[in-house]
Design a protein around this ligand. Structure first.
Ligand code: PMP
Ligand code: GLU
Length: 397
């Protein structure tokens, strides 16, 4: 008999982190693995942000911060939302958490009752479904295929909404597909949501700055739904600060207060040092963000060009984030030696063991038939990884 709760037994481990761990273990055995599994910028945190962290240590920012975060950081975020996104959020509407993942989970926990339906357009980032499960909610998956550029239509959204729908979680730019909803597409979704006032909206905008098609468009810009939108964002991706663990939610005041209450019992305020570093990230020059964005765009072009050459691989051109999500079902049913490829999990394992390239199977993103590659790595790694993948796939019969 296990002593673990039903809740924890029903929870799946994070496949992105699991694959990255496995690749780390192989590396430790001396195998030259190229890790394209976990999604994090390969850049170091910019110097001025690191200096702010050091300064915070020197200045004795060693005490508990207020639960929702330092006012100075929340002011900096409020300014960012105004200047970059044209959105009005007072510092009281912003709650800083231990990374966007934590902020997202806080919002889900604050909104979802057992049995509530939560709409998740798929492919979707690994953690959404599991967070909804933790809250006892019911996932309603709305699939979007590569042929629709991985974006759901207003008709699909309308058809998925019932009177039990409590929440939708929309990610744009998307992990794992890199797709971006343009303003018109968002407006059309907002028009549907406007007709269903019982539905709250989480807009996961963590990849806001990794955009190759222009200005970021937020779902919160549409007045008809703005008072039901919780924006999730943070410093992890834009400023190469994944380990600092700072994210935030910007939400209606009642929700920000509820999330603060939850955080006050569960984690307290986020790391004081990391908060000061995040403040510098938002308040200082944004040149570093643009430099990294340009590097990601160049790598996007490189990997798309190379992957398109592989027979059987179906690839679209992602508009943002740093992921490629090719359709790989052409390889299912093939074999070589001891390997039989029945699904994307088999393929990801085969590529790890034989090509020494770590990817993540689409199943983890509720999209069997695909694999995800993170191209937040050097041009040389991208070239070598695709060469190895092509060679390993050519051996399958
Ligand atoms: N949302 C998405 C879509 C992500 O890809 C990530 C990255 N892990 C997060 C949220 C969480 O970001 P953080 O590292 O700030 O917790
Ligand atoms: N968001 C990243 C990814 O999808 C980090 C891993 C995680 O938090 O699951 O790979």
């Amino acid at each position: 008999m296990t002593q673990l709760s039903d809740r924890i037994q029903a929870l799946a481990p994070s496949a992105t982190l699991a694959m990255s761990q496995l690749s780390g273990e192989l590396k430790a055995q001396g195998i030259d693995v190229i890790n394209m599994s976990v999604g994090e910028p390969d850049f170091f945190t910019p110097d001025h942000i690191k200096q702010a962290a050091c300064q915070a240590v020197a200045d004795n920012f060693s005490f508990y911060s207020p639960v929702p975060g330092y006012l100075s950081l929340r002011k900096a975020i409020s300014n960012k939302l105004k200047q970059e996104n044209g959105l009005d959020y007072a510092p009281e509407q912003i709650v800083v958490g231990n990374g966007a993942k934590h902020s997202l989970c806080n919002a889900v926990m604050a909104l979802v009752n057992p049995g509530d339906e939560v709409i998740i357009p798929t492919p979707a980032w690994v953690s959404y479904v599991q967070m909804v499960n933790l809250a006892g909610g019911k996932n309603v998956l709305v699939p979007a295929t590569l042929d629709q550029n991985f974006k759901i239509t207003p008709e699909q959204l309308e058809a998925a909404i019932t009177e039990r729908t409590r929440l939708i979680i929309l990610c744009s730019p998307s992990n794992p597909t890199g797709s971006i909803y343009n303003r018109d597409e968002l407006q059309a979704l907002a028009a549907v949501l406007a007709r269903h006032p019982q539905v709250m909206i989480i807009a996961d905008e963590i990849y806001e700055h990794i955009n190759y098609v222009g200005r970021h468009e937020s779902l919160a810009q549409f007045a008809e739904i703005a008072d039901r939108v919780a924006i999730i964002n943070g410093v992890s991706k834009a400023y190469a600060m994944t380990g600092y663990r700072i994210g935030f939610v910007a939400a209606p005041l009642w929700l920000a207060k509820a999330i603060t209450k939850l955080q006050g019992q569960y984690t307290s305020g986020a790391s004081s040092i990391a908060q000061k570093a995040a403040e510098a990230a938002y308040a200082a020059s944004q040149d570093c963000v643009e430099q990294m964005r340009q590097a990601f765009e160049r790598r996007r072009d490189l990997i798309v060009g190379l992957m398109k050459e592989i027979p059987g691989m179906r690839v679209n051109v992602p508009d943002g984030a740093f992921y490629l999500f090719p359709e790989v079902s052409a390889f299912f049913g093939k074999r070589t030696g001891e390997y039989v490829i029945n699904d994307a999990n088999d393929l990801a394992m085969y590529l790890l063991r034989e090509a020494h390239v770590a990817t993540v199977a689409g199943d983890a993103f509720c999209a069997p038939g695909y694999i995800r590659l993170s191209y937040a790595t050097s041009d040389d790694n991208i070239r070598e990884a695709v060469r190895r993948i092509a060679e390993a796939l050519a051996r399958l019969q």
